[in-house]
Design a protein around this ligand. Structure first.
Ligand code: ADP
Ligand code: ASP
Ligand code: MG
Length: 414
């Protein structure tokens, strides 16, 4: 007998029929003798719908009251799922994050889980109940409702699995695992049997929204066995592991996957004095405005001046540009400009550590397609480039092809 924590995403609980199908699926696992804790998201589109409602009142809405609103989405699905389980003769108990209690810090809209009181859940499991928990939400030390950031139900699932020492955390979604890249962009993308935490963390950080970044961080930190599976099809999905599988030569490819991020915007300031403290003068006001900077590039100065380029989330573009214009005037910069029609393409793989020439191969593939690279950044296991947004699909497909990541087609090979 095992203890399983399963998380079902928005599409998986998107209609009453699907919620009933999820109930059947859970019962299947329960009847095999497993203890079941289930985390659910809001029905697909619901979190967006609620956000839109609030934005109709205040386009810049954020903070406490937004959290009170958004958490209602998940409260609906926990109750509906528990009703579906009870109808089938199974004892179920639904809980909001606050009821569990999933304690978070007070950073509304992007709170971090601090601790989980697993006592009530344990008691329910001992009584043979199926426990259904609302994803994406918690409560701070003063009892205020918080949310964990978009995609946060994944993190609820992993955190519960860690707290309960579950045998596995299973993330059920609308794809049957983690692919070499988003299968909605590249139809030939291949499902990975396994991927390391390290690679999955890079993929998630670089834009692959199949798992929330914090969920992967949490799973890595607490060694939670984590698997991504389809809600709609049978299959073993993708296991996220701490080690790469030596046996499987395909998994040993230098590049494991390609990620992309549409949420980037680029800002540039040209002809600023090349003196100590300039980077701080430029980025200080950006960070004071609570804007996170992603990539940063500074030219080697020549005539006593230098150029400085950085990227931010597209939502922060206007604010960042206003701040930069102010700095530009103070520093007497030559030009200050911005571009919010850019994207970031990244290749990820632990194999890069032991292989040289991957970056130049990447640049060659993009050059062949006539794609101009605007910025480059690298780490031990990833290379990212910023390109014009019109090249997103072309770039991802070319890289996927160029690094031979496509599904091996036996028939075509014969
Ligand atoms: P859920 O609502 O179940 O949490 P998400 O939409 O958050 O589902 O995540 C699943 C989606 O992630 C898929 O439909 C797919 O388009 C996207 N995705 C992006 N990159 C990948 C990848 N490398 N492998 C699989 N899916 C990916
Ligand atoms: N419902 C939330 C969202 O859409 C949380 C989640 O689905 O993981 O972001
Ligand atoms: Mg998700």
């Amino acid at each position: 007998m095992a203890l399983l924590v399963q998380k079902y995403g928005g599409t998986s609980v998107g209609t009453i029929e699907r919620i009933e199908a999820v109930a059947e699926k859970i019962i299947g696992y329960k009847e095999q003798g497993n203890d079941m804790v289930v985390v659910v998201s809001a029905m697909s589109g619901e979190t967006n719908r609620l956000t839109d409602l609030a934005r109709q009142i205040n386009p810049k809405v954020r903070g406490r009251e937004l959290d009170v609103l958004l958490t209602t989405g998940e409260q609906v699905t926990i109750a509906l799922l528990a009703i579906a389980l009870e109808k089938r003769g199974f004892h179920a108990r639904s809980y909001t994050g606050g009821q569990v209690k999933i304690l978070t810090d007070n950073a509304h809209n992007k709170a971090r889980i601090l601790s989980i009181d697993a006592g009530n859940i344990d008691k329910d499991l001992k009584k043979g109940r199926i426990v259904v928990v609302a994803g994406f939400q918690g409560v701070d030390e003063h009892g205020n409702i918080t949310t964990l950031g978009r995609g946060g139900s994944d993190t609820t699932g992993v955190a519960l699995a860690a707290a309960l020492k579950a045998d596995e955390c299973q993330i059920f979604t609308d794809v049957d695992g983690v692919y070499t890249t988003d299968p909605r962009v590249v139809a030939e993308a291949r499902r990975l049997d396994q991927i390391t935490f390290e690679e999955m963390l890079e993929m998630a950080s670089l834009g692959s929204k199949v798992l929330q970044i914090r969920a992967v961080e949490f799973a890595g930190k607490y060694d939670v066995p984590l698997r991504v599976l389809s809600s709609f099809e049978e299959g073993q999905g993708t296991l996220i592991t701490s080690e790469s599988n030596e046996e499987d030569t395909v998994e040993q490819a230098v590049i494991s996957g390609i990620a992309f991020n549409r949420d980037e915007a680029q800002l540039t300031i040209n002809g600023v004095p090349d003196t100590p403290g300039v980077a701080f003068q430029i980025l200080g006001p950006i960070s004071d405005a609570n804007i996170e900077v992603d990539m940063i590039l500074q030219n080697i100065g020549g005539d006593g001046t230098t150029d400085f380029t950085f990227t931010v989330h597209r939502n922060d573009f206007e604010t960042a540009l206003t701040k930069l214009q102010e700095t530009s005037e103070k520093l007497g910069a030559r030009v200050c400009s911005g571009n919010n029609k850019i994207v970031k393409l990244s290749i990820v793989g632990v194999g890069m550590r032991s292989h040289a020439g991957i970056a130049s191969r990447m640049f060659e593939i993009l050059a062949k397609e006539g794609i101009n690279i605007l910025m480059i950044s690298t780490s031990e296991i990833k290379i990212s480039v910023v390109v014009d947004e019109k090249y997103l699909e072309l770039g991802v497909r070319a890289l996927h092809d160029g690094f031979d990541l496509a599904e091996y087609d036996e028939e075509a090979a014969e």
